[in-house]
Ligand binder design. Sequence first.
Ligand code: SIN
Length: 288
Amino acid sequence: MNIQVKRLSYALGAEVTGVDVSKPLSEATIGAIRAAWLEHQVLVFPNAELTPDQQVAFSRNFGDIELNLTKHYRDAASPGVVRITNRVVDGKPSISRNVGRTWHSDSAFACVPPMGSLLYCAALPDVGGDTLFASTYMAYERLSPTLRGIVDRLEVVNDRLAAPELTWIPPEQAARERIEYPPTVQPMVRVHPETGRKGIFCNETVTVRIHGMTVEESRGLLHYLYAHSIRAEFVYRHRWNLGDLVMWDNRCTIHLAPVDYDMNQVRDMYRVTLAGTPTGRVFDSSTE
Ligand code: SIN
């Protein structure tokens, strides 16, 4: 196969052509895709035309598939696939219709967050339905050396229940989820386990404060980092075409799915998640 990789923006993102991702691939091809992924952080495979099973098979080339930590998002027919859709499901609005409305890396509340995700576009509104990605490497590298020295030493407290999309859940469910997904302590700066590069690893969706500080004390620095991390020059905006497959590295990017479209029109996406390596520990108030 003759793979071509074309950059899509300055900070991150590349389009990969010359490979049929619906078919089994050689070790050399998988190696070339992985190298491109580590370099560009987000890869776009146009016209991938995949079934959910083919998406899972392609994803397996890059790691173990993780069943989504949030069990009720899983697709019953293919448990490795999460359906992110605003279609009506079983006569009710889909519970995943508002996934990703604030900047985040996937499951950053978990002690072992996923390595990456592969999102496939099955249905699109007439306009919009885009996904934005930002490079956390570039955000870190553009901080002053003094601030890098400070953030390198800090940790944050992340809490899944702080995510805006979960504000609807009833108190009994929140109590159960608090036990299943307790708050965790994560490094503010993550070292990528394969490239060795550092990236800012806190986000507006689940980070509630700096470990060892109050919410008020944390606010100024966290808000600065959130705003800095999504500066236009660090961002690639993907405008989907039907059949696109996008593969992102969760260890060095954050992403956002804005409501930039008519929610009466269908947007239907299938996501497969790759298991990652440990970053954090369960929060223990006696250690502060
Ligand atoms: C997500 O994984 O956060 C959703 C991304 C999207 O639907 O574009």
